[in-house]
Structure formats: C-alpha cells, structure tokens
Ligand binder design. Structure first.
Ligand code: ATP
Length: 457
C-alpha cells in the first residue's frame, strides 16, 4: 500500500454545504419557492448516508447486545404526556420582542444577535429599538387533532422521542419479558420551534433523533452512565471520527435539564467549534414517576426473586441523526493535489459510504460497457454498487471520490482478454488487478475490516 495522503486543512461549513448540494446529498428545502429557513431535504446520497448512520446505530443497540429492544412510537401523543414530562411548563427559551422591527430574539443571546434595522448593531442598541421584557417561549409545535379547533383539540409534535419510550415502559416489561437492566431504543423525527437555527443541518426545527432509554436498578445507575459514555464514544471513533476531534464534556450543575442528575455531552469539533453531538444523561426516576403520577398507572419493576419493588433509574444516550451525518461529512472531507490536479474526496468509513463500489467501463465501446454491466450485476446484490459509463474515466472517479465511494472497479481491454479488472482504492489511490469473479468475496471481507481515517494524525 502506498502512503496515505498527509492531512490537509479542515473544511469550512460553506465547502460542506456546496459539496452536499453539488453531489445531491442535501438541498435547502422548498427552494423553488425561495426556501424556508433552516429546513433541508435529503437527496439520494444523503438518504443512503443517513440510512447507514441509522443502521450502524441499530447494529450497536440491537445486533451487538441482547438487553435492548426496539420501538417506534407516535409523533403525536396524548397532550398529558407533555404535561407529565415537564415540557409544557419547562421546555422554553426566554425571548424578547422588538416592537419596532418585529423580530424576536433569545434573551440570553442578544450579544450575538443583529438588530433587524441596523445589522451592525445589537438588538436594543439602535435609537428606534423597543425591546419587551423577556418572556418564556415554548419550543413545542402546536397542532390540533380532529375537525374542531378548540382548546380540547390541542396537541403537540413531539420535541423528543424519549417520552414515547417512557409511556411504553409497562408494555415492554410485560410483552418483551425484559427486566432491568434493559433498554428501549427508538429512531424518529422530533420537532422544536428553535429560535436560533443555523449551521446547516446542525440545528433545524425538524430533525431525527436516535434515543435509547436504559432502565437500571438505582444503585447501578452511575456505573451504567459511565458504560454508556464509553460505548457511545467508541461508536463514533470506530466509525472513523478522529478521536482528537471528539470530547466528552460534563454539564455544570446550572446547565442540567430539570430531569437530570448528571449529563455529559459528546462534542465534535465542527467548523464553528466544539458543539454537542449527543447527550448522555442520568435521568434518575423522574420520568417514570411523573408518568405514573399523571396516568395513575404503576410504572415500576417487581423482582420476584428478591421480592424487591422499585422504580428504575434511566440512563439515556440521546443523539441527533442529522448532527451525526454532519460530523461524519466534516470529518471525512479532504482535498489533495494528485498529479497536478486538486481532488476533493470524502474519506468516509466504508460502512457509511452511500455507495461501496463503482463499476466503470474504461471506454464506452469494444464490449466494455456490456462486460462492466455483468460485473455490476454480479456485485449489486451483495454490496451497494453503482454503474457509471458517462464521461471521461477521470471525471467519473472524481464524482465517486466526492460521494465517498471507497472502491472503484474498471473494466478495460485486459478484462476482455483475461477476466481481470482494476480495483482502485479511494484513499491510497493504489490500483491492483483482481479476478472479476473474486470481487464480491474480497469487497465483502474488506467492508468488515476495522478502519482508521487516513486524516487521523
Ligand atoms: P442543544 O443544546 O444543541 O439545543 P439539546 O441539549 O437540547 O441540544 P437534547 O434534547 O439532549 O438536545 O437532544 C439530543 C440530541 O438531539 C442532541 O444532542 C442533538 O444531536 C439532537 N438535536 C437536538 N436539537 C436539535 C435540533 N434543533 N436540530 C438538530 N438536532 C438536534
């Protein structure tokens, strides 16, 4: 293997946004109508990348252990769920309105905001600014259920997936025959009427979460909290995130949510600095007790062997799918000079790469496209493959590099003579000749190998 490319400078967010658009990963939403702030649509490669991130999370939660079960709960729940969870009363940000420019600002972020009339000034600094007192603004999206719109029909889009898990605790206990320590895992959309959005898909109003609630005997809570911090850090690094761009930060007591006795955030060094990727909280017995009180149901565990009855404590690793996708993209983005030309390449972990192998005929003649299609057909059922015969071979490779395809197979004149193809490695650019019939086996094996980013120092 030739030496991997030396690390280059870190990408800006603008470079990531441009690549995502150019290569069909992520588009600003409703663009033909002028766009709608901080809302994005995932295109073909974005969907594939996001699916792979979620599949790796499911793999870590379900396939690699036997103490977690899956759940997919509703987005619109009984309104009392949000009363019990504390979201109706407490899921708020302090906001001030400017009566002059009609804009609304987060009271705790005035220093970083711009006046609606004079963007060079902060809100309140201009001569015409008229700011109201700070008021609490609830971040939940309200909707109404049924044909009549009145106070009885008010419902909310869930601001987190976790509550759907707590209200199913009893079902899982009974029907999945689990006993603490055990977990319930869920991936799904959440909605928050965030006032300050931005940084591309880092903070949006509609996003996906991957949350797991792990129910444990209270005396074991601290140990399991540590366990999940280690496990989640390992998940990101095994999927190629450079360890020196990740850190675990413990919340100060004044930062803790109303339900949490201890929380640590996994932070990634995004272009805008270290920011939260995932929170790992010790929620104590807050949620089960609240729902028990509001619903009248007993939400506890009775251990028949010891005769002990208790409300389990909950350890929660809560991650954002979109933030994880952004972190993987930023960490993978690289540029380098190859034979006098600049190439952009996404050095994604092969398991995450939207496409694993591209099959390319060298030229569109002499039977090569037909032979390449045969190779493609033999591979596509085993491994995510793409066939491409349009444009020069160099251009086709550049396209595959930019979507992060780890392997390229070229069918050329020699293939027609001896059945071998060239296999090109995205990162080292090494090319070797391989028998076409052995490709499936070889690539499936490579896909399972441990992988370290060539960008890691
Ligand atoms: P932040 O402090 O960034 O607002 P949070 O602490 O409120 O996040 P949690 O409620 O702990 O976030 O949600 C768990 C995870 O869900 C976060 O770590 C993040 O990855 C993701 N997430 C939360 N809010 C958003 C959002 N508006 N857009 C995208 N992802 C989000």
């Amino acid at each position: 293997m030739s030496e991997p490319a030396p690390p280059t400078t870190e990408p800006s967010l603008d470079e990531i946004v441009a690549l995502c658009k150019r290569r069909g990963f992520i588009f600003p939403s409703s663009e033909i109508y002028g766009g709608v702030g901080s809302t994005y649509d995932y295109g073909h490669y974005g969907v594939l990348l996001k699916n792979h991130v979620k599949a790796e999370w499911w793999r870590a939660m379900l396939a690699e252990r036997d103490d977690i079960v899956a759940l997919d709960s509703a987005i619109i729940q009984h309104p009392k769920v949000w009363e019990a969870s504390g979201h109706l009363a407490g899921f708020t940000d302090p906001m001030v309105d400017c009566k002059t420019c009609k804009l609304r600002f987060r009271a705790d972020q005035l220093e970083d905001s711009q006046c609606g009339r004079k963007p060079s000034k902060r809100p309140g600094e201009g001569p015409d600014c008229e700011l109201t007192e700070a008021r609490e603004f609830n971040l939940m999206f309200e909707t109404s259920v049924g044909p009549v719109r009145d106070s009885a029909s008010v419902a909310y889009l869930r601001p987190e997936t976790a509550q759907g898990i707590f209200i199913n605790f009893k079902n899982v206990l009974q029907f999945a025959r689990k006993k603490p320590p055990f977990g319930i895992a869920q991936i799904g959309k959440s909605f928050r009427n965030e006032i300050t959005t931005g940084n591309f898909i880092f903070r949006t109003r509609e996003f996906e979460q991957m949350e797991m609630e792990f129910f444990v005997p209270p005396a074991e809570a601290e140990r399991w909290h540590r366990h999940w911090m280690d496990e989640r850090m390992r998940w990101y690094t095994e999927l190629g995130i450079r360890p020196d761009h990740l850190r675990l930060r413990e919340h100060d007591t004044d930062e803790l949510s109303h339900y949490s006795s201890a929380t640590s955030d996994i932070e990634y060094e995004f272009p805008m600095g270290f920011s939260e990727l995932e929170g790992i909280a010790n929620r104590g017995d807050f949620d089960l007790r609240q729902h028990a009180e509001h619903s009248g149901e007993k939400l506890e565990y009775f251990d028949q062997q010891s005769g002990e009855r208790y409300v389990p404590y909950v350890i929660e690793p809560a991650a954002g799918v979109d933030r994880a996708v952004l972190a993987f993209l930023v960490d993978a983005y690289d540029t380098e000079e190859v034979e006098g030309r600049r190439r952009t390449v996404l050095r994604l972990h092969p398991q995450l790469a939207p496409v694993k192998v591209a099959v390319l005929p060298l030229v569109s003649k002499e039977g090569m496209p037909e032979r390449a299609r045969e190779v493609f057909d033999s591979l596509r059922r085993r491994i995510a493959a793409e066939y491409d015969e349009g444009g020069s071979i160099g251009k086709r490779y550049r396209r595959q590099d930019e979507i992060g395809t780890p392997w390229g197979v070229t069918v050329d004149g020699q293939t027609m003579a001896d059945g071998t193809v060239t296999l090109r490695d995205r990162d080292s650019l090494e090319q070797v000749r391989v028998d076409a019939g052995e490709l499936g086996e070889l690539l499936a094996a490579r896909l399972e190998e441990p992988w370290i980013s060539p960008k890691a120092g």
